[in-house]
Write a protein that binds this ligand. Structure first.
Ligand code: ZN
Length: 447
């Protein structure tokens, strides 16, 4: 690995975070986007077709792409001559053999790191990163992780559902990062944290929630980092109070490092690594703090092997206030959920009314202090299935009645015709290796 280049990247990322702002930042992003578009048209048959006859300088008018386009058009989209069948076979072979530390050698002799995302939607996504870029990751991680310098050397236990070479690479002189599969038994995780005197635990919130019951067994920990799943308010509160430690978020999608926490704990968009467009239901830019975006388009500014330009990410976020840390990078107040999580109901005034998942969460949690977990599944406009776990079995009936009343009242206030709500029992754990999903729309409805 080229340490000098890594340190150069680290310093550039630090400087960008503190100096790029306002119109300068927008101009800088615009010129990077335009350059990427020109490159994509010259090197990717898919973009050449997609942008034919378009004004390439008019970035906001260019067609968007999504996971289906990137997956089905993989061969034409990538600029390294890679074929989907080969890359997928390689990724599956790594999974099957347990040897996940190999590089894929491309036709032009370059090495690539292959990541495979299962995704809750079921379609398998492939993300290709050049080895040289992946090897710079420890420095990107150091510059943007939000991990305080005073905790150096960072000894980190990093819990992942799937492993990829890209993560193994995060092992530099002052960073030791040990990977633990999320299917590892709890006792083994506790042993690992104890043995390496880990200061930092990075895990999806559903895992942090499980480990919260064992917080006293991990006294070396100084910081918790949540990533990979939506950190809901109820989970956040439960995790914070069990560990009594700071909890920060990293917002990492397979498609790029979307955001990281600053020293004050605000989640900033990595404006110099990804260009993020937040849009409302009518396609207008979301610019006001507190406003929720219905659509999120991401352009990865550095991946040229698999250019992702105006890529529709299936996430719902709420824009935050400018941060007192002084950075001009936008903040995300909350990741509300996935776009699939939005529930739809018949409106009392005719037509249909959508409800954001965070609102439904609040109706449920605020109804009863005995709720320990919940899940909602929607099969149609007029029916809803509720799962509910409570802290005390004998309180089930009372908690359920309170939650149902609160849900009905909330939906009514929101202008929805209240659907039939069926209680389906306590929350079930997802099958091993699957993401937990609190909101499930069985019949996916259009927007
Ligand atoms: Zn900040």
């Amino acid at each position: 690995m080229d340490i000098a280049r890594g340190i150069g990247d680290f310093l550039t990322l630090k400087r960008n975070f503190h100096t790029l702002r306002g119109q300068d930042l927008r101009d800088w992003q615009r010129s990077r986007c335009n350059e990427l578009v020109r490159f994509a048209v010259s090197a990717s048959p898919l973009y050449r077709r997609l942008y034919a006859g378009r004004d390439l300088e008019n970035f906001e008018e260019l067609p968007t792409i999504d996971k289906a386009v990137a997956t089905e058009g993989f061969d034409d989209l990538n600029t390294a001559g890679l074929h989907r069948s080969e890359v997928e076979a390689f990724a599956l072979g790594m999974e099957a053999s347990g040897d996940q530390l190999r590089y894929l050698r491309g036709p032009d002799g370059r090495d690539f790191v292959i990541g495979m995302s299962s995704g809750t939607s079921g379609s398998r996504g492939l993300v290709v990163t050049e080895r040289a870029i992946s090897e710079g990751l420890p420095f990107v991680f150091a510059a943007r992780s939000g991990l305080p310098i005073r905790l150096l050397p960072w000894r980190i236990v990093f819990m992942l559902r799937v492993f990829s070479k890209a993560f193994q690479d995060i092992n530099a002189p002052l960073i030791r990062l040990d990977y633990v599969n999320t299917m590892t038994p709890v006792q083994t995780i506790l042993d690992k944290v104890g043995r390496m005197r880990a200061k930092i635990l990075m895990a999806p919130p559903s895992m942090l929630r499980i480990l919260a019951d064992h917080a006293p067994s991990m006294p070396s920990l100084r910081l918790l980092v949540s990533y990979a799943e939506v950190l809901e308010e109820a989970d956040e509160a439960a995790i914070r109070s069990a560990f009594d430690l700071p909890l920060i978020q990293i917002y990492q999608a397979s498609e790029g490092p979307i955001g990281s926490a600053c020293r004050l704990g605000s989640l900033h968009i990595n404006e110099d690594l990804v260009y993020v467009e937040l849009l409302d239901g009518e396609g207008r830019p979301v610019t006001e703090p507190g406003q929720k975006a219905r659509r999120m388009l991401v352009t990865n500014l550095y991946n040229r092997v698999q250019p992702l330009i105006r890529y529709e990410l299936n996430d719902l976020v709420e824009l935050g206030e400018p941060c007192p840390c002084g950075s001009g990078f936008r903040t995300i107040r909350r990741v509300i959920g996935r776009a699939d999580d939005v529930l739809w109901f018949a409106s009392a005034e005719g037509g249909r009314q959508y409800v954001f998942p965070d609102l439904v969460s609040r109706w449920i949690i605020s109804a009863s202090g005995l709720v320990s977990d919940y899940a909602i599944a929607q099969a149609g406009d007029d029916s809803l299935e509720l799962r509910l776990s409570v802290t005390r079995d004998e309180a089930q009936a009372k908690a359920l009645a309170d939650v149902l009343a609160s849900l009905r009242a909330g939906l009514e206030r929101h202008g929805c015709l209240v659907p039939a709500i069926r209680f389906a029992g306590p929350v079930e754990l997802p099958p091993p290796g699957m993401k937990r999903k609190r909101f499930v729309s069985i019949a996916r409805k259009g927007t």
